[in-house]
Write a protein that binds this ligand. Sequence first.
Ligand code: CP3
Length: 354
Amino acid sequence: MTDKTLLRVLHGEAVWPPPVWLMRQAGRYLPEFRALRAQADFITRCMTPDIATEITLQPIRRYAMDGAILFSDILILPWAMGQSLRFVEGVGPVLEPIRTAADLDRLRPERVAEATAPVMETLRRLRRSFDTPETPGLLGAARPGATTLIGFAGSPFTVACYMVEGGGSKEFAEVRRMAYAEPALFDRLIELLSEATATMLCDQIAAGAEAVMLFDSWAGLLPPSQFARHVIAPTRRIVDEIRRRHPGVPIVGFPRLGGLLVGRYAHGTGIDAMALDTAADLSLAAALVPETVALQGNLDPLCLLAGGESLVAEAQAIRDSMRGRPHVFNLGHGVLPQTPPEHVGQLVDAVRQI
Ligand code: CP3
């Protein structure tokens, strides 16, 4: 077995105190991230191994997180298939929307491996930094051999949301309309994304990712029937393909705002761990999922932003409520850009304090 506490928990072991990492732990709240931001646009930062490696390492150096998530984005997959993508300041991602069969036919999944080659190089470098003790200073506070490298992708439904809508949205009405009005077309898009996602995650594992996470940020928009068809079924296909090619690599699912459906999600997809959003009650969720499934989460990012006594109290209450169960401490969603960096240090200390 391994000394990496995060990997042990993802394999179903209860570890005390629990391992901790945070979604969006590399980001705008860190001054060293903002300094690099001026050098290159977002896609260039993702596609330049020197920059992406450095950004991934920044929070590890400061806080010795137990997990390091690759610096990239869920929308790199549609970009790699040829869909145009820009990140606009103050707006977010902007894509050329996919609305018809002809739009879908223009996507080039066979180009993904070549287009994402720099991402795989970043993973190889990161894995070397984490597991090679002879690079003193590189990792700052982190101990060699202790950090688990996490790869990721968006889930087909959430990636389809951005591809069809052409960017962010509160309701994603266009994609939900398409799922009902043109089910054959929508199924084709989901199927194409499922295959490309499984292949890309297997490539990430081959390059050094020790666990992978599927972000389904908009899963909670769907009613149960659509959730079964567009969230659970495609996730199951991705899980099966990864297990076939890389048995033993843990897979974390994040059906954000899935509510009561998290139980069906855990049973139906076969994931090893389930990340829960801020609105989920960890103990109730624990009763709905198989006992071997690790839970991850779920401190409110605003509590982290606020800091102080409530940060320590809330964090330790979450941690203590999961004692004896496999649990990875995390937020319920990503770190907010306005978060003071010292609050992140206080949170990590609170989780690790016995
Ligand atoms: O967690 C990490 O630190 C790893 C890297 C990562 C990013 N995005 C970096 C990023 C991960 C895992 C993601 C996932 C992602 N991307 C999701 C799923 C999780 C979630 O937040 O619900 C989604 C929906 C996206 C799509 C996306 N990317 C949006 C909507 C935006 C714009 C909003 C924003 O915060 O600016 C992005 C850009 C993005 N992705 C940034 C980062 C650090 C900000 C870019 C910058 O300002 O430099």
